[in-house]
Design a protein around this ligand. Structure first.
Ligand code: AMP
Ligand code: ZN
Length: 139
């Protein structure tokens, strides 16, 4: 994609603080970090969302996330990390090239869990839960 900033980073046309690279995957520090060590892990090919990823690239991407998460935590002596995708515009994805955020977390940093995004669990009847579980299984 000619106008994608992450494709330009992979191509070396925009500089980045690269921390990892293999045949399918590239990782670099986020330029506006939410915490020290905030890292982005991306496929080298341009795919907009998780559902656009070929299965083998998804496997490579998660393997890199698996390897990088302890490396990022160790680099900044973190107590944990929030590992997440903003998947699609509705979820707040701003760069339309799929990327996994690894954000180091520290005891008492006060930033809350992913649940804090939603203000708590919604109310669902059992039959609604059964129906949605069935649709996911069928897909
Ligand atoms: P998202 O909102 O999930 O699409 O996140 C996009 C992320 O990309 C943000 O956290 C930005 O700070 C980060 N970002 C944007 N441009 C660059 C860049 N040139 N180098 C590193 N990170 C970037
Ligand atoms: Zn791209």
């Amino acid at each position: 994609m000619d106008d994608c900033i992450f494709c330009k980073i992979v191509a070396g046309e925009i500089p980045s603080r690269t921390v990892y690279e293999d045949d399918d995957v590239f990782a670099f520090l986020d330029v506006n970090p939410l915490a020290e060590g905030h890292t982005l892990v991306i496929p080298k090919g341009h795919h907009e969302t998780i559902e656009d990823l070929p299965a083998d690239v998804a496997t490579s991407l998660f393997a890199a996330v698996h390897e990088l998460t302890p490396a990022v935590e160790d680099a900044v002596d973190a107590d944990g990390s929030t590992v997440a995708f903003n998947n699609g515009e509705a979820a707040g994805q701003e760069v339309p090239h799929v990327h996994c955020h690894i954000v180091p977390r520290f005891e008492g940093d006060g930033n809350g869990p992913i649940h804090a995004l939603f203000g708590g669990p919604g109310e669902m009847e059992d039959d609604q839960l059964d129906a949605v579980a069935e649709r996911i299984k069928q897909y």
